[in-house]
Design a protein around this ligand. Sequence first.
Ligand code: SF4
Ligand code: SF4
Length: 135
Amino acid sequence: MAKRRLVLTFPPSLVNKPVTYHLVKDYHLVVNILRARVTPEEEGKLVIDLEGSSDALNKGIEYLQKIGVHIQPLARDVVWRKERCTHCTACITICPTGALSVDRESWEVRFDKEKCIACELCIPACPYQAMEILL
Ligand code: SF4
Ligand code: SF4
């Protein structure tokens, strides 16, 4: 089994279509929606974990691209600008997944992209603009 965390951008024409249903039914993929921002008749965005065999994943991604969904890996989505971070820890209690945490030895803040679901809560919480979303 393989797993990909992806940001899907839907054009307005696809916002009301059962795209994730097809991924499950036709491609036998497990779809876990981590974040959704969908407004009727406007562009929609989903952050998902997609899980299945490598072959099924490739075919599911091909299907998405074919119908006009733009796909990018989540790893490029949220960025921690380490050089701007003062380790003030204002973001730590706000982050719901533990992606931002404090090293108890050095008291420095760390960012673990693997845990980040791009919820954006840290963006306004950071007084130094050290967290950025690249959508
Ligand atoms: S975007 Fe959300 S999950 Fe990611 S680091 Fe910020 S608060 Fe944590
Ligand atoms: S709020 Fe910003 S400056 Fe403070 S620890 Fe978090 S990322 Fe660093």
